[in-house]
Design a protein around this ligand. Structure first.
Ligand code: C5P
Length: 215
């Protein structure tokens, strides 16, 4: 079985790279960030306060969240676009830091990966979800570069965004993700670090391909 964990902070290139590795190996790709985003979207749509942990846990228990063949499903509806809204960016880390929410989503993720070749990206994949992965990659890049990538991405979607706001969001999200007690953003001891600041997508893939056979 081939299981690959790709972790790192916001805008480090995880999903682009994880998708490419999955395509290259012709195996399943699972975006775990999309799952936390889908729940956050549901929290916002239901006007639940992001500080109301009990209400959010209840929503998490009642929700059907899955990532399947490139699409994120929330209660059987595809919400690929909705989960990328700036409001979701702003709030997702508050939802994702609730331990009970993480336990529920980690359970779904482990089940989705069980007995399957998979590339999964997130924050705690190497440390909590695929602890026995054949290969663990931890991507990093400067805050400036990560913010620039996210800003371009949002602008290309036609959203009216401001670079400083995007940067502030990223800094804030990373801080919460790193500092939370249960399954924080962290490099697994056995993960390989790749700094993508000055690398193209092709450069990063060329660094990873030789590692694939070594697991
Ligand atoms: O990867 P992405 O930026 O879409 O993730 C959105 C948010 O979801 C992260 O900032 C983090 O709060 C949360 N997340 C997480 N654990 C994961 C994946 C994402 O806490 N495995």
């Amino acid at each position: 079985m081939v299981q690959i964990a790709v972790d790192g902070p916001a805008g480090s290139g995880k999903s682009t790279i994880a998708k490419k590795i999955a395509e290259y190996l012709n195996i399943t790709y699972i975006d775990t960030g999309a799952m936390y985003r889908a729940l956050t979207y549901k929290v916002l749509v239901n006007n639940v306060d992001v500080q109301d942990e009990d209400a959010i846990i209840k929503l998490a228990r009642e929700s059907d969240i899955k990532f399947f063949q490139g699409d994120i499903y929330l209660d059987n509806n595809i919400v690929n676009e909705e989960i990328r809204l700036p409001e979701v960016n702003k709030n997702v880390s508050y939802v994702a830091k609730i331990p009970q929410v993480r336990k529920i989503l980690i359970g779904i993720q482990k089940k989705a990966a069980s007995n399957r070749d998979v590339v999964m990206d997130g924050r705690d994949i190497g440390t909590h979800v695929l602890t026995n992965a054949n290969l663990k990659i931890f991507l990093t890049a400067t805050v400036e570069q990560r913010s620039r990538r996210r800003y371009e991405e949002l602008k290309n979607k036609g959203l009216d965004v401001n670079f400083d706001d995007v940067k502030r969001d990223i800094i804030n999200r990373d801080k919460i993700d790193r500092e939370r007690k249960f399954s924080p953003l962290a490099k697994a001891d056995d993960a390989i670090v790749i700094d993508t600041t000055d690398l193209s997508v092709a450069d990063v893939i060329n660094k990873i391909i030789p590692l694939l056979g070594e697991g």
